[in-house]
Design a protein around this ligand. Structure first.
Ligand code: SF4
Ligand code: SF4
Length: 435
């Protein structure tokens, strides 16, 4: 099968033109910031501040307990306490509330004595203490990819951003091209690797030109174009495309560590300036917004505040469909009161459409295009029958919820939702069995 087509690779209407050439708009920090005590699915944090404490940008606020990750204040001001608020995960979660004094007082989140002479251990420690996490959507602690690894040849910087509407990585790479290469250089050091490849999608001459120019300053960092197919930005597909190799659990098995491009930028800013991830670039796009835009915004800023700043919704009563992330892999959210979190790369607002699904045609398109080689239509049937045994047999746990089966379905069936439901049913049954 061709590497450019067939299973798991479809050319989508990217809709990137809505935002990719507009300048990044810096959003003023609001009077109150709500820093979520959530990282990926983890909510276990030790909080180091209390009501009445004064904090600066860069003050350590809390640390994740089970897997060490510190989080830092995005504003200077006064801690007002901890409040349960609706989170993008559609659950009430703890948030540290900080009243912003708008003085922007700063402290270094982590100080590196000599950024130009760091050992491998120094870099890994900096990644850990700065709280660097995967900014492409995972929120996975970056240092975990570097501790105790051996025989890493290549760092693969993922700047592919294959989901429709998303351009936050694209514009961040253009704005911070030097930091991107500098971060990649530190990642090479952290892994003891030989080189880095920065992968972007084809047909981006403006970005490629900048990458090629900056690469002249490095003999071990190479820009690389990959085909414009979905889900090319997904780690396994990207590694397969670039290296023509498969791995079982982790790319490290074949000598590769993959990091998102915005993560590399954050690492450089952390080591050079002592900055933690307290702001990020987020794409606000979709046909439900008057003025789609990339924004540079503080973590903990409410989404409705940002939407208002960029011109609002098409319908004043916000009769749209809001997604945290892109339309393929993002998760729908109930309203716009939740806040931006560190690994939140996009908010997509789509006008509501009244689509009536048709019966399954048994056409097999979903099976043909599943990048995990699953049989979504059979999983869907097993879910309808609540047949946990069959759901397990169909290897449903390997579904990455990429959205491809829904996208490709000619009957407009929400196949991905059904597969995701089946996955949860199976996980619940397994947990009950092991309890
Ligand atoms: S959502 Fe899951 S089942 Fe559907 S195509 Fe993606 S990996 Fe396959
Ligand atoms: S793509 Fe849709 S219609 Fe075709 S088999 Fe899958 S679920 Fe049925």
């Amino acid at each position: 099968m061709s590497i450019l087509s067939g299973k798991g690779k479809v050319k989508l209407d990217g809709q990137k033109g809505l935002t990719k050439d507009k300048p990044i708009l810096t959003i003023d920090t609001p009077d109150v910031i709500y820093v979520p005590l959530v990282l990926g699915v983890a909510t276990d944090f030790d909080v180091h501040v209390k009501e009445g404490d004064h904090v600066c940008i860069g003050t350590k606020l809390a640390t994740r307990k089970s897997m060490y990750v510190p989080i830092y204040s995005p504003v200077s001001g006064t801690v007002k306490g901890i409040e349960k608020r609706m989170h993008a995960s559609k659950r009430l979660q703890n948030h540290i509330v900080i009243e912003n004094d708008h003085k922007d007082e700063r402290v270094k989140a982590y100080e590196v004595a000599d950024p130009d002479h760091m050992s491998q251990e120094d870099v890994i420690k900096a990644i850990k203490e700065l709280g660097i996490v995967g900014l492409g959507g995972s929120g996975f602690p970056t240092y975990m990819k570097y501790e105790n690894v051996q025989n890493i040849e290549t760092i693969l910087i993922n700047g592919v951003e294959c989901e429709p509407f998303l351009t936050s990585d694209h514009v961040a790479m253009k704005r911070d091209i030097k930091a991107l290469f500098d971060g990649a250089h530190y990642m090479i050091k952290a892994a003891g690797a030989k080189k880095a490849i920065i992968a972007i999608k084809e047909h981006k001459p403006d970005l490629m030109e900048l990458l090629v120019e900056e690469a002249k300053n490095y003999d071990n960092i190479e820009p690389r174009e990959v085909p414009d197919r979905y889900p090319m930005g997904w780690e396994r597909v990207l590694v397969r495309t670039v290296f023509k190799k498969e791995y079982d659990r982790l790319p490290a098995e074949i000598g590769v560590i993959v990091n998102n491009s915005s993560t590399a930028i954050a690492l450089s800013k952390g080591i050079r300036n002592g900055e933690a991830i307290t702001r990020r670039v987020v794409t606000f796009s979709g046909n439900g917004l008057k003025n789609p835009q990339n924004v540079d915004v503080a973590i903990g800023t409410p989404v409705n505040y940002i939407v208002e700043k960029i011109g609002g919704y098409i319908d004043d009563d916000c009769d749209g469909f809001l997604v945290g992330g892109g339309p393929m892999m993002g998760k729908s959210v109930m309203n716009d009161t939740f806040v931006i979190y560190s690994h939140n790369n996009a908010i997509t607002v789509m006008k509501k459409e009244n689509i009536q699904p048709l019966p399954c045609l048994k056409c097999g398109e979903c099976t043909l295009h599943c990048p995990m080689h699953l049989q979504p239509v059979r999983i869907m049937q097993a879910e309808k029958a609540a047949n946990v045994e069959l759901i397990e047999k169909l290897d449903t746990g390997r579904c990455v919820e990429c959205g491809m089966c829904t996208y490709i379905c000619p009957s407009k069936i929400e196949v991905t939702d059904m597969v995701a439901k089946a996955k949860r049913r199976m996980q619940l049954a397994q947990r009950k069995k092991n309890a």
